[in-house]
Design a protein around this ligand. Sequence first.
Ligand code: ARG
Length: 257
Amino acid sequence: MRKILLLLLLLLAIGVVAGCSGEERPVIIMGTSADFPPFEFVADGGEGRHGQYSGLDVALAVRIAEALDADLVVHDAAFEGLIMDLQGGSIDFIAAAMTILPERLESVNFSIPYFAAVQYMVVPMHSEMSTAADLDGAYVGVQGGTTGYIFVSDNTDADVLPFIRASEAFAALLQGRVDAVVIDSAVAQRFVNANPDDLRIIRDNAAFGDENYAVAVRFGEYDLLTTINSVIREMQESGELAELYYYYTEGAGAPRD
Ligand code: ARG
């Protein structure tokens, strides 16, 4: 009897210790492709909003981690692989300026939308292009797996060159290896602002559809999704999201038209 009691006490003690270590802060892993300013990028000098990472999505992820009382870890990887990373469990959510698409809804759940975008064409200043129809027969740089990639491959007769990183598509454009880059409006605007003498933007709203960014989670992660949605709602209502956008575009944000 005494032995059993002792054993029970021991088990209880182990349980308490285990319980204590269970109070350690959980870790939450954001998957992103940090090549997409103003949404996610590696900060100049390495001092970002979270570690070396900065941008609106990183700020959003910091808020999500705070709401969960968790430590945030940023997993920076190819955009194209993020949904597989999520499904494989190496990340907990995707915050990567990811557009809600019907085909993506087959593999992930999306939060409420937090940003509206459209595709822009970025071309050299003296390019003769003026609409999306001019992409036919041109070399067009895109980031692999993105809506820009999907649009150019499905709707044009362009020679599409998918790059792993958005920055590589822009580099190819500056070097004259592609004739145009098709990419999200705010990202295009920011890159052209940085290269105002060499590049310009073409908007073709008749060709490119409206897009909405949302955070993606695995199926079944309803608690996480609820928390993310309330963080987004709060940041929208308080004006924090709009302020962050202004902050990361230095007031020169892309108009949505
Ligand atoms: N919005 C586009 C999409 O969902 C491009 C997103 C690219 N994101 C990034 N972090 N590089 O396909």
